[in-house]
Ligand binder design. Structure first.
Ligand code: FES
Ligand code: FE
Length: 439
């Protein structure tokens, strides 16, 4: 039961958020139902399961699931539990199998989720066993540009409607078909993070304010300081896409391209050609929109995050799986263009490991802050305190911002919490707690 307190859990504009939503067991329980049963959750990319029978294990919230390419060629998502008596069916992270057999009593299910094998069937069920009602529990599945999502709610809005304006950004920056389309580096990195899952989601959806501070040592080490922090009309912007998706630190100058060319000169002609060709394709894709030349991070509600800074970093897609109110697990995969030169793919893999990974400098710097947030969350005062997302940034020169044709609500990337406010407004709506007083 969610007890009443004296102020709203989430203020009407999303700018003031009770700390209870990051710590409270009852709120967490409600999230399991209202968020993770009812929204679309990202589970994988087409390239992870190219052939019928390929599978990976993943989670929708805390529910273990199998993402499995069915015989029909369609991706299927099943609750990873044997329908007989609840054993976990698939025990592997990934693999290929036309069918999986439960390790307890040996029931077998095929990659369409049907019960196909029952040991000692004639002796055990002389009257026969009705198989139709004994298939695996199946989620609704939809894909967008190779990204595979699932939901337990049969009446969930279509994935296209759910992604809304975010589709434009996914088309232009994450899911394009140029250079052979996107493929993933076969491996997943999984690590436990302290703190509530929403800390990672709101960090990626639009918290660029923390970058020059929390990641100061990384920036100093790698000389990543650039004009992105300058509040000029050609600077970098964030975009809130309804209902609660966002992308940010979108540069609308050619700073990223220049940086990529700088790196390419040390890597040889292949890389230089690649950067130029990639830039030309990007400009073509953007048609008459402002020529955004890259972004740093983004997120789709509730818990898919992505990063894709430049030509040498690939696209890092991750999910923040909830693990109780005060912990979450990050599962991440690196994608890049299939036709990218080998030198670029090697660079992307090494750079990601060094930067955004369990032992990467940037990931650790965020994790340390989350750990301290989780520590203070145990304080008895916590339920009475709030998080502050009221930052609006300098907007007086808004008319001159170089954001023509870029969809969503723009704000200055490093100096605004517009995207986070959108995230928490929608969170409250989806939870049925809109306007509900933390009293
Ligand atoms: Fe799987 Fe019995 S629990 S066959
Ligand atoms: Fe960070």
């Amino acid at each position: 039961m969610i007890e009443a307190q004296s102020r709203p859990l989430v203020s009407a504009d999303g700018g003031i958020v009770s700390r209870r939503i990051f710590t409270d067991e009852a709120i967490y329980e409600l999230e399991r139902d209202r968020i993770f049963r009812q929204c679309w959750t990202f589970l994988g990319h087409d390239s992870m399961i190219p052939k019928a029978g390929d599978f990976i294990s993943n989670y929708i919230g805390e529910d273990p699931v199998i993402l499995w390419r069915g015989s029909s060629g369609q991706p299927r998502v099943f609750l990873n539990t044997c329908i007989h008596r609840g054993n976990k069916l698939c025990l592997f992270d990934s693999g290929h199998a036309p069918a999986l057999t439960c390790s307890y009593h040996g029931w077998t299910f095929n990659n369409e989720g049907q019960l196909t094998g029952v040991p000692f069937e004639k002796a055990a069920y002389p009257e026969g066993i009705e198989r139709g009602s004994r298939g695996l529990v199946t989620a609704k599945v939809a894909t967008y540009g190779g990204l595979i999502f699932a939901s337990w709610d049969p009446s969930v809005p279509s994935l296209d409607d759910y992604l809304g304006e975010m589709r434009w950004w996914l088309d232009k920056f994450l899911c394009f078909d140029d250079f052979g389309g996107m493929t993933y580096l076969p491996s997943a990195q999984k690590y436990r993070m302290p703190g509530n899952w929403k800390l990672t989601a709101d960090n990626f959806i639009g918290d660029f304010y923390h970058v020059p501070i929390a990641h100061a040592s990384f920036m100093r080490l790698f000389g990543a300081g650039d004009n992105r922090y300058e509040p000029n009309p050609m600077g970098s912007f964030s975009f809130l896409c309804e209902p609660a998706h966002g992308i940010g630190a979108v540069g609308t100058h050619d700073g990223q391209f220049q940086q990529d060319m700088h790196i390419a000169q040390y890597m040889g002609p292949d890389a230089q050609e690649w950067v130029k060709a990639r830039d030309a394709k990007r400009k073509e894709r953007l048609a008459d929109a402002a020529k955004a030349d890259g972004f740093i991070a983004g997120a789709t509600f509730p818990n898919m995050t992505f990063q894709g800074v430049g030509a040498f970093e690939g696209e890092l897609i991750a999910v923040a799986h909830p693990r109780g109110p005060l912990a979450h697990e990050v599962w991440q995969w690196l994608l890049f263009e299939r036709d990218a030169p080998a030198s670029v793919r090697r660079y992307a893999a090494a750079w990601t490991a060094r930067r955004q990974s369990a032992n990467g400098l940037v990931g650790e710097e965020d994790g340390e802050n989350f750990e301290r947030i989780a520590e203070t969350a145990r304080a008895p005062m916590t339920p009475e305190l709030t998080f502050d997302y009221t930052m609006r940034g300098y907007t007086a020169d808004r008319e001159t911002w170089n954001v023509h044709g870029l969809p969503g609500e723009p704000s200055r990337a490093h100096f605004s919490e517009t995207n986070q406010r959108g995230f928490y407004r929608y969170w409250a709506k989806q939870m049925g707690l809109e306007g509900q007083a933390a009293a």
